[in-house]
Design a protein around this ligand. Sequence first.
Ligand code: NAD
Length: 408
Amino acid sequence: MALRAAEKGFMVVGLDTNVAVVEALNSGVSHIDDVSDDELKTGLSSGYRASNDPAEMATADVIVVCVPTPLSEDGGPDLGAVKGAATAIGEHVQPGALVILESTTYPGTTEEVFAPLVLGPGRQAGTDIRIAFSPERIDPGNREYGVKNTPKVVGGLTPECTRAARDFYAEFIDTVVEAKGAKEAEMAKLLENTFRHVNIALVNEMVRFSHELDIDLWDAIDCAATKPFGYMAFRPGPGVGGHCIPVDPSYLSHRVKAQLGYAFRMVELAEEINTAAPLYVANRVWQALNERKIAVNGARILLLGVTYKANISDRRESPADPLAKRLLEWGAEVRYHDPYVPEWTIKATAGKKLMCEKDLSEAVREADIVVLLQAHSEYDLDGIAAESSHLLDTRGAHFASTAHVSRL
Ligand SMILES: NC(=O)c1ccc[n+]([C@@H]2O[C@H](COP(=O)([O-])OP(=O)(O)OC[C@H]3O[C@@H](n4cnc5c(N)ncnc54)[C@H](O)[C@@H]3O)[C@@H](O)[C@H]2O)c1
């Protein structure tokens, strides 16, 4: 977004507390999959630069906040970065500025947590400083929809705040949608992500009993997807990952529980099913090996693609970790290949570290079973299927026509 704004003639400063990130950006090295070094360098020569000096905010007309909103140890919202950013803004922001929060969070954060720190005592939202929420809607790896052509939802604390945010984004985004207020904009984002979470859980649950009933759910989904109205296809997988789907719905359920005292049952159920998905894959690995009279204990298992989605390097909350952990606990010899991940420290395994297999073809041939977790476009699935003794395809990416290839 910073680069799109710079292209339009804005002077943009990317402010980050991480000095290494700032230095890399200023030297033309991008840490974001979807932003190439060349694109960054073009930005650097046309109005963009990075900084770690919060005093830069004193000269800003617009401040956009997109700091992380992870879960805390107890599974609740961790708004530490949002509060930290808001406090720094409050110390430097000048009257008349527009301040927009983009971090995904529960409805009410902008008004109740963010704005008081930005405004401090005596300043009013709308008159002194305009404050709005606008959800980040980036889909990493998506080549069709980027910042410019993905509609942007904005909701301010006052109608004037909404208008100011709309006018700002309209400078470099094709479509800007005005929400009734900040709470509705916050809720829109959580609705989008909860919708995905719940629908992925639906097929992840259906795939289990479909397998037992000998029904090809993948085929049923393809058939259902031909309905031109009232249906949207979601496909099973090894579990949900990334910073959004496994995390954001928890912000909403936490809010409902904390404020109203009751559970958001759809989210809790979806979490239960999607969290169990990697362990279901482990069971299917066990079953596939068992059919060939091979014990998991000592078996050589090759995992392909350990990021949370295809064609990106982000590993946050990847289902590959709980799957590998379970297989290691069962005594398997786990190996992996991922063109985006040179080395992998498996979460919750006392620092078990693996190096990416150098020769994919050899690793496939040596494995007792190959498990496709992410169908990166680099993978020749026909070749992998032909060379493997068994391929378990958790993505439905390879048409399962032979006895030694199975889909989840
Ligand atoms: N990454 C995505 O695809 C995506 C998509 C939609 C929504 N979001 C939301 O956007 C927000 C940011 O996500 P992300 O993936 O970009 O996070 P990230 O962790 O990759 O990046 C956030 C950056 O913020 C910096 N930071 C932390 N605290 C700061 C502070 N007080 N001041 C300045 N910089 C600070 C960090 O150093 C880091 O470089 C989250 O709320 C996330 O849910 C992300």
